[in-house]
Design a protein around this ligand. Structure first.
Ligand SMILES: [Zn+2]
Length: 223
């Protein structure tokens, strides 16, 4: 099975991607990982990407596409299902993805989106606090998992800090970008009757359960 997973920052997409890959024996494929791998392997495209990234520029769509195509042909030749994460980001990439999969004799079987209220994401991300002591793993959330003493780590008593990017303005900007990119893609997969929507406001295991159930239902229906 091949799938695409969408979800806003803070939705737990990475965790759920891992669970899906394990359950359905898929390989997790994200654009960043693919580019780094192509660079590491020193492929022709990898070398090009490396010199562009070294200049601090964004790797262009056609180069990313080339890397995606190589990866798809390699994995499908080895009979691996693929879970795409962070790709496609626009309709053009979605069409390209379909053409690569078709070339490999397969297709996308399901597109899943994790849905969660923005207010909940604000709490999840802006409520995060981390221990400032190096090596300490103390991590809290003032809304869901507050430390016993405000501003202090339960484990070591050191001060807690908030990461610079964990503020509401940055999050709202990221959500706007995510929504703008994702909306047309969701319509694209909805028209193909491949889209499932999963509420992502419960526990990690609840979300996983409902994701698996809906995917299995979708697969049953398409057979
Ligand atoms: Zn600590």
């Amino acid at each position: 099975m091949n799938g695409v997973l969408f979800g806003p920052p803070g939705s737990g997409k990475g965790t759920q991607a891992g669970a899906l890959c394990e359950h359905f024996a898929m390989t997790h494929v994200s654009t960043g990982d693919m580019l780094r791998e192509a660079v590491r392997n020193g492929t022709e495209l990898g070398k090009k990407a490396q010199s562009i990234m070294a200049e601090g520029k964004l790797v262009p769509d056609d180069l990313v596409g080339g890397v995606v195509r190589e990866k798809i042909l390699d994995l499908t030749a080895r009979d691996r299902g693929i879970l795409f994460d962070g790709y496609p980001r626009n309709l053009e990439q979605a069409l390209f993805l379909d053409s690569c999969l078709e070339e490999a004799g397969t297709r996308i079987h399901v597109a899943a989106v994790l849905e969660i209220a923005e207010e909940e994401l604000v709490k999840r991300i802006c409520g995060r606090r981390l221990c400032t002591r190096s090596g300490c793993t103390g991590a809290y959330n003032v809304y869901f998992m507050a430390p016993k003493t405000e501003g202090k780590c339960d484990l070591c008593g050191s001060d807690l800090m908030q990461r610079k990017d964990d503020n509401e303005a940055t999050l709202r900007e990221r959500l706007e970008v995510y929504n703008g990119q994702t909306r047309p893609l969701l319509e694209y997969y909805e028209e193909k009757d491949l889209l499932i929507r999963v509420a992502a406001n419960g526990s990690v295991s609840d979300i996983r359960q409902s994701l698996l159930a809906k995917i299995e239902e979708k697969q049953g229906g398409s057979r």
